[in-house]
Design a protein around this ligand. Structure first.
Ligand code: FES
Length: 72
């Protein structure tokens, strides 16, 4: 299923990035671009990150990645 229409990123691709260490929506965005344009997918990305890594804050739901603080 496509999660991010702007970048044609699937749920599988997002899960792969989380499995490979992405722990926030911002990190997923930097890895593949998901959530970095219109922001409509950010809430779903945050849910997926939280589900895969429950201790992660997953970024700020509903806030476009470009407006979220950078996680280094
Ligand atoms: S749908 Fe993901 S940034 Fe637009």
């Amino acid at each position: 299923m496509i999660v991010c229409l702007c970048h044609s990123i699937s749920d599988r691709e997002v899960r792969e990035h989380v499995e490979h260490g992405c722990r926030t929506v911002g990190q997923v965005g930097r890895a593949c671009g998901a959530g970095t344009d219109c922001g409509q997918c950010v809430n779903q990305l945050a849910r997926m990150v939280r589900a895969a890594a429950p201790s992660s804050p997953g970024g700020e739901p509903g806030v476009p990645i470009a407006q979220q603080p950078r996680v280094l």
